[in-house]
Design a protein. Sequence first.
Length: 121
Amino acid sequence: MKLPNYVYFGEGTAAGTGTAQMYPAENFRGIDSADATTAILYFKPVVNLEANTTDGDNNDAVTVTFPNTGTAGNLNFAQICEIIAGAMRGSASGAMTVIADELNGNYISPLTSTVEIVPGG
């Protein structure tokens, strides 16, 4: 039996306020360029509620930041997507990969700084 790979995102401050979420990588639905320094990653919600309710029907949204794609020498958006998708594949079955953890300052390169998690966003 193959175990799923997981991806972890944490938002927060040094004071420890914020939220964190771990998703099975197979819940990834897509990535959208929000602007030259941010992208929104969409995941199927971890909690699925009953049919005919609004809660749990929308994808979760995780906003991540990176160096300005319009600046010479920086990666373009397609390259950033390729890196994020590669990190989601993981290195071993059942592995957890930290994609962006604002509270602990742990990011896959080239992601940096702010993380925002919006369930059903």
